[in-house]
Design a protein around this ligand. Sequence first.
Ligand SMILES: [Zn+2]
Length: 266
Amino acid sequence: MKCQTPCVLFICLLLINCKTQKKESIEIDNELINEVTQEVVKTPKSDAQIDPIAHATAVLSWKEKTIYIDPAGGYKAFEGKNPPNIVLITDIHGDHMNIDTLDSLNLSQAEIVVPQAVAEKLPASYTERLVIINNGEIKEVQGIPIEAIPMYNLREEALKFHKKGRGNGYIITLGKERIYFSGDTEDIPEMRNLKYIDKAFVCMNLPYTMTVESAADAVLEFKPKQVYPYHYRGSNGLSDVTVFKKIVAKNPEIEVIQLDWYPDIP
Ligand SMILES: [Zn+2]
């Protein structure tokens, strides 16, 4: 019993010492992480400007070229933008192939890149502008290589939404930069196996595509330099893209870029 006070004192001193050391090492770790993060997350030099229009729809500007991805939302959504030289359409659904919007736009200079299934649904007035490209093919359009990547569902209950072979994701090569638009897909092996992607636009909504967790897991595997969550409005509102960002942060070399894809939602 006599030794109780010195023993307690000794243990207290030991604990305080451990705590201080732990705090210091956490601070050092944080500093290191910050340094490493600042080092690797430098935005790669890019000549491409990307404007989100809404949901799956974007406008890409590169040198003198303007590329519309899945134009939807009517002509007003494109006010102030140059008319497109190239239009890419991924699939037959209205948020990707929107005939009313196509009819309302100035497509007088445009070539329209589509999978066969979209070509079959577009009115004959578009036929002469179409460049048909199917999964796995690469075509050069106005000097820009465009590769069609498969997009489809994997979950049994979602197979009805996007069947393999119908729609196209795309890799657009602008100079040295490879930009990937996933289209509506799950974390398919063809996505996980992608290489050397600079910017990846990845969908994540339920029930139509995939969870934020599946999207993040695939992104950690194919490691684009930058990833843009897009197409994340589902039947129960917007997916939680902050969870996506948190999971992708496991690899500090991948930068997550959040654009405003839903300007109508406050
Ligand atoms: Zn969609």
